[in-house]
Design a protein around this ligand. Structure first.
Ligand code: ZN
Length: 144
């Protein structure tokens, strides 16, 4: 179990230090959502571009703790290229996982599995969830 925790910590630190898909674009075809977490200063904006029912691109920017910023990067790599339906399923499973709710373990959350450990730190659950909640909100806006 210790080895797994070390691996998970490495995944989180890697995405924190080398964030993927970071930086927002001046492009109206992206749907934007901004969420703040006052309890630890996390401030994240997610931009999603949907084309033909697929998540064509996800961008993120903001500042915050390592859990929050890294999870935005992990999210962007995981859902990019997926259909909107799949992206919704992944997001729900991830959020259920970190909130200790039942989730479908047959869906491979890849690097996002690294956040399983936050269930042990209730104060950090919000940090790990805001990027995903912002992303979920962009999908919802797109369907309206
Ligand atoms: Zn945080």
């Amino acid at each position: 179990m210790h080895q797994l925790e070390t691996l998970y910590r490495q995944i989180i630190m890697d995405h924190y230090k080398n964030p993927r898909n970071k930086g927002l674009l001046e492009d109206d075809s992206y749907i934007k959502e901004h969420i703040k977490n006052p309890s630890c200063g996390d401030d994240i904006t997610i931009q999603t571009r949907i084309e033909n029912g697929r998540v064509k691109d996800v961008r993120h920017d903001g500042s915050g703790c390592s859990i929050c910023c890294s999870s935005a990067s992990v999210l962007s790599t995981l859902v990019k290229g997926k259909s909107v339906e799949e992206a919704n399923t992944y997001t729900k499973n991830y959020l259920n996982m970190i909130m200790k709710q039942p989730f479908d373990e047959t869906i491979d959350l890849e690097d996002a599995l690294a956040y399983q450990g936050v269930t042990k730190f209730p104060a950090r659950v919000k940090c790990a969830s805001i990027a995903w909640k912002a992303f979920e909100a962009t999908l919802k806006k797109a369907s309206e």
